[in-house]
Design a protein around this ligand. Sequence first.
Ligand SMILES: O=C(O)CCC(=O)C(=O)O
Ligand SMILES: [Fe+2]
Length: 325
Amino acid sequence: MATSSSNGDALPVVDLSPFLFAGDDDGARDSATAAVREACVSTGFFRVVNHGVPRELMARALELSAAFFALPDEEKAKVRPAEGSSSSPLPAGYARQPAHSADKNEYLLLFNPKLGLDLQYPAEPAGFRDALEECYANLTGLGLLIQDVLNECMGLPPGFLAEYNADRNFDFLTPLRYFPATSAEETNGISAHEDGNLITFVLQDGVGGLEVLGGGGGWIPADPVEGSIIVNIGDVVQVLSNNKFKSATHRVVRKPAAHRHSLAFFFNLHGDKWIEPLPEFAGNVGEPPRYRGFKYDEYLQLRMRNKTHPPSRPEDAVDIAHYAI
Ligand SMILES: O=C(O)CCC(=O)C(=O)O
Ligand SMILES: [Fe+2]
């Protein structure tokens, strides 16, 4: 079976084995592709299994991440390239959300290890850096695979997205730690948002709290299922598809008495790329474009400003509606 909705799982589940192992018939690929398409036009959120990323690596990376975030603040603060010393697309390394932010988490922002940026990867705990680099490589491979599936779902010429999004230097990996909820009212871990990139992968520990906004307006839990990876579609795909494919609205609700750890990987477009609805979803089908064109880096910087200088009113944060026509 290519797809299933396993017992009690609120998310569509897509089995990627037909794409990874030779010998599978086209029918299994077609039904997995159809399941991805259905998820993309409804919520932009699904779960993948048999994705090829080793279970052992996922568990090891999350465990070492918990050990890193348990280090004293002054140790964590060392994992930060000096201001102006680095050429990363966004500020790399360790950061904690500002105290006045509604988001209650701390994170590492890690770019392609091949960029050779000093001090963005932690030296402690032992083995963490290796695990992160392995995750980076594995999740890049998964991004390339899902991108090809999306290309098919969108009915684009073969290899179109792979060529449009061929540069891998703006992808980033973020280990995150959410603080335990302190009261029944104070549970926000990450406010409802959409991701700016193409495709996001989330690996999570057993605590739970990630939720996606369903078509009917209710929040659907993306419960932890060992070995599975959560996939969500981001703004780049929503703009290219002229709103046909949804950039998933999601949030993290904090639980009492437990830190939550996750690893999110953002398969992303290079900042120099121009982005606007593709003719296949606009002019060619008689639809007006729903977004004006923009250089992607402008949007990335505006989004980072939301984090470093959170506006006092959440509705003033810049999101993709900024470019809507
Ligand atoms: O930690 C998670 O589960 C999700 C993180 C997230 O949505 C983000 O960093 O954009
Ligand atoms: Fe997100």
